[in-house]
Design a protein around this ligand. Structure first.
Ligand code: FAD
Length: 276
């Protein structure tokens, strides 16, 4: 379980990191917390010739209110997000969801930019972000652009990020006291979800029900036309394509999606602190 050989560079600014990405192209991999990248390098599923360590670039870790949105720096670690007072007041589903990621060691190293870039359909924070809506702000040699979260995750480990771009920040709407809940089902504490459901203000997103995190659109449409929570949640797995593995077969995942969606919607309807 030893990675292949690689060169290591540690840029001190975003611009330097992008220059290194331009120089090395698809031979390079950015590393933030390293908690997804290093395991796949040890398995030799990724063998970058150059690792660009962005973890010590100053100014990439913050949570702040900007108008109607909360801006979260890509380098913000799960532990910081979990305990951040601005996030707790303005977008409480994110600190709660961050508290559900892995174990304390993982939360102290892993970053929101890393989990967004990794595009694992079983990841917790992307599920909550998809329910929230918002944008991923990325920067490349030609400047910055904003990608809606609904367009960012394109497939298993595939995103809309270009080879020479870095995620700079995630922007989400302030939800304040709107109802929310995050329901995660695992066999063991600290695991990735077998299935999870995030609900915010009538929007629902699911983890591990397709090649990316996905919105439960049939449920959302049913809620919008006035269906009860039970009726709407019964549609949660429509349009999904869950996989089967040693933890759960497809039918069990479909059952979990319906059940967790119902629980999440009921908790969200009960008030902002319902899932805490
Ligand atoms: C034991 C263990 C348990 C875990 N449990 C969970 C869990 O329960 N739920 C969960 O959701 N996750 C879990 N994780 C994953 C964890 O949340 C990771 O930290 C996270 O997925 C990746 O964040 P990172 O900062 O470590 O990214 P890295 O590993 O450094 O990078 C991951 C990918 O993102 C790219 N990248 C990183 N930052 C940027 C950036 N700013 N711009 C562009 N590309 C970037 C890298 O090139 C790489 O491709 C677990 C991990 C481990 C090791």
């Amino acid at each position: 379980m030893i990675p292949g050989p690689f060169d290591y560079v540690r840029p001190t600014s975003v611009e330097e990191a992008i220059a290194a990405l331009v120089e090395h192209g698809d031979d390079a991999k950015v590393m933030a917390g390293g908690h997804s990248l290093l395991p796949i390098m040890k398995l030799r599923l990724a063998m970058p010739a150059v690792v660009i360590d962005i973890s010590r670039i100053p100014g990439m870790s913050y949570v702040r209110v900007e108008g109607d949105e909360v801006a979260i720096g890509a380098g913000t670690r799960h532990h910081q997000l979990e305990h951040d007072e601005v996030a707790r007041a303005e977008v409480p589903i994110l600190p709660y969801t961050a508290s559900q990621v892995g174990d304390p060691q993982v939360r102290h190293r892993g970053t929101i930019g890393g989990t967004v870039a990794h595009s694992d359909p079983a990841s917790d924070l992307p599920t909550a972000l998809l329910a929230l809506g918002g944008t991923v702000v990325v920067q490349g040699p030609n400047g910055r652009r904003s990608i809606p979260v609904t367009e960012f995750w394109q497939g298993f480990f595939e995103t809309a990020l270009a080879e020479d771009e870095l995620i700079i920040e995630i922007r989400v709407p302030r939800t304040g006291s709107a109802g929310w809940a995050y329901e995660k089902f695992t066999r063991r504490a600290n695991d990735w979800p077998i299935v999870a459901a995030a609900a915010v203000d009538g929007r629902v997103a699911l983890a591990n029900m397709a090649g990316t995190v996905v919105r439960a659109t049939a449920t959302e449409e049913a809620l919008a036309r006035g269906a009860s929570i039970a009726e709407a949640a019964a549609l949660a797995d429509q349009g999904t394509s869950p996989g089967a593995d040693m933890h759960a077969d497809q039918e069990y995942r479909r059952h979990l999606a319906r059940l967790l969606t119902r629980r999440a919607l009921e908790k969200a309807a009960g008030g902002a602190a319902a899932a805490a």
